[in-house]
Design a protein around this ligand. Structure first.
Ligand code: NAP
Ligand code: G4F
Length: 348
């Protein structure tokens, strides 16, 4: 990838400070790994829960009593504006990454109002806190290809100029956040960028999203812990990339002199059926013998087709994906086979 002109934080005396909402999620955990590797001091917002929700970041967590710690976790919630305000005034970050969200599209139909509160209005709460307490910070908003809705896709994929037509309460909430971010950039001259990211997956993907649901099932079928896998619509197509590579694009956006909006995608699209063929095939299994249909996984309105064109990001800061679809699938299958073996051991 082309190098950006930014000075590497490790080369400066004072480390740059980042604040991440959603640090316990797939992207937040990869981004924290990446920023710590770049010498950043990382502050993450975590939700108080009655059970541990920090599994994805346990490997980088250090006891705060130890000298020289670079990762700090703070309790908070995107619905709690006074808490966000207090936190940002204490932390005074150089960069803010807003990744926190109720991010499941199917669930957003069951919890539309809650999704609107967190995934939509939560963003404006954070933007207001930034405007009041640290207006010089740079802000990344986790926008989504769900904004496009899968209709009238140009042959090379959706671009930053394509019209939006969200097809779920999640998409509608993300649309609100997209425009809130853009409006705060225009109205107040703040450095705020939207990353319009197409689907990105990894071995840290939540287990109810379709790719990880499939690779988890493959591992469990292989070791004899499961026989069938229940899925919904197998014909939808997604532009699936590697989450590890996608979080780097978030950082690259914030290193640009001027804030802007960028599509991040691989430019290739595959159906759920194709994902099943490649993943089950790699594991030496026939998906047709295991996959069953369950209508509860259908959505009242579906996004049938997603393909993204990331030419603008490539031209501006040299981002492009490297991991192929097959490499990503194989990495996830391998990981989840190992996980299933451990699971099997613990129950036998
Ligand atoms: P994820 O794994 O579902 O993580 C979501 C994160 O948000 C978790 O850390 C979660 O905390 C946190 N969160 C949920 N509700 C919150 C609240 N009320 N206050 C504060 N934090 C809250 O999602 P992801 O895949 O990492 O995606 C990161 C962001 O990118 C999300 O905004 C998502 O909508 C967006 N996005 C994702 C993709 C994709 O393909 N992955 C594509 C485009 C955009 P808990 O761990 O406590 O649940
Ligand atoms: O894996 P999914 O749930 O991801 P979806 O709906 O594309 O949303 C993800 O990507 C968005 C970016 O485009 C993000 F903004 C969002 O936060 C999230 O990360 O579903 C993918 C496809 C859908 O067409 C769905 O109908 O898989 C289909 N599918 C078929 N059976 C299923 C299932 N999806 C899930 N989750 N579970 C199933 O059993």
């Amino acid at each position: 990838m082309k190098k950006t002109k930014t000075v590497h934080p490790k080369e400066t005396h004072k480390p740059k400070r980042a604040f991440i909402t959603g640090i316990t999620g797939q992207d937040g955990s990869w981004l924290a790994d990446f920023l710590l590797g770049m010498g950043y001091e990382v502050h993450g917002l975590i939700r108080r829960a009655s059970s541990f929700n920090t599994e994805r970041i346990n490997h980088i967590y250090q006891d705060p009593h130890i000298h020289g710690v670079h990762l700090f976790l703070h309790y908070g919630d995107l619905s709690d504006s006074s808490g966000l305000f207090k936190l940002l005034s204490q932390v005074k970050p150089d960069e803010i990454y807003n990744l926190g969200a109720q991010s499941h599209v199917r669930v957003s139909f069951d919890q539309p109002e809650y999704t609107g509160e967190v995934t939509g209005v939560g963003t404006i709460k954070l933007l207001e806190a930034m405007r009041e307490t640290c207006p010089k910070a740079r802000f990344y908003q986790a926008s989504s290809s769900e904004l496009y809705g899968g209709l009238d896709c140009p042959p090379k994929g959706y671009t930053e100029k394509s019209p939006f037509h969200p097809r779920s309460p999640y998409g509608v909430a993300k649309l609100y956040s997209f425009w809130a971010a853009k409006n705060y950039r225009e109205a107040y001259g703040l450095h705020i960028s939207n990353g319009i990211l197409f689907n990105h997956e990894s071995e840290r993907r939540g287990e109810t999203f379709v790719t990880r649901k499939i690779t988890r099932a493959i591992g469990r079928i292989k070791v004899g812990l499961q026989k069938s896998l229940y899925l919904g619509n197998l014909d939808a197509k997604r532009d699936w990339g590697d989450a590890k590579e996608f979080v780097k694009a978030m950082w690259m956006m914030l290193q640009q002199k001027t804030a802007d909006d960028y599509v991040i995608a691989t430019g290739k699209t595959y159906s759920i059926k194709e994902f099943l063929e490649v993943s089950f095939g790699y594991a030496g299994l026939d998906w047709k013998k295991h996959v069953k249909f369950d209508e509860r996984y259908l959505r009242p309105s579906e996004v049938d087709y997603l393909l993204g064109d990331a030419s603008k990001a490539k031209k501006a800061f040299g981002w492009h994906n490297e991991t192929t679809f097959e490499q990503l699938v194989e990495r996830m299958v391998d990981h989840d086979f190992e996980l299933a073996k451990k699971e099997k051991k613990s129950v036998s």
